[in-house]
Design a binder for this molecule. Structure first.
Ligand SMILES: [Zn+2]
Length: 117
């Protein structure tokens, strides 16, 4: 059987406002982002294959959150279980090769203007 993984939000890397703004771009409403911050550490999403968990973690990390990928078979370690947050599917995202910015697919990088396709 394939192992399943979950992504846990630990804390903010950047400011709260930056995080909320970036999460909005990932399809997560600011109120939800606020709740994530308040309840941390919190499980954002579970039951994913490792590759998907990595993409998910990367997206949240690039939004300014410190996250950890855990084996979903492990015990909870006292972590609260957030209702799963539906971030946009990862194939909607692309990472700019020039500046490394993770964003929804579009013709040009939102941060540096580099052509993305
Ligand atoms: Zn860029």
């Amino acid at each position: 059987m394939d192992r399943k993984y979950r992504v846990v939000f630990l804390s903010l890397i950047e400011g709260e406002d930056t995080f909320k703004e970036n999460m909005t771009r990932l399809g997560v409403p600011p109120e939800t982002a606020q709740t994530i911050i308040q309840r941390a550490p919190v499980i954002l999403k579970r039951d994913m294959p490792l590759a998907e968990a990595r993409h998910y973690a990367e997206a949240v990390q690039s939004a300014g959150g410190r996250v950890r990928i855990q084996d979903d078979g492990l015990t909870e370690e006292g972590q609260r279980n957030f209702k799963q947050i539906e971030v946009m599917p990862m194939d909607h995202f692309t990472r700019c090769v020039r500046c490394g910015y993770m964003q929804l697919k579009k013709p040009r990088c939102e941060r540096c203007g580099h052509h993305l396709d």
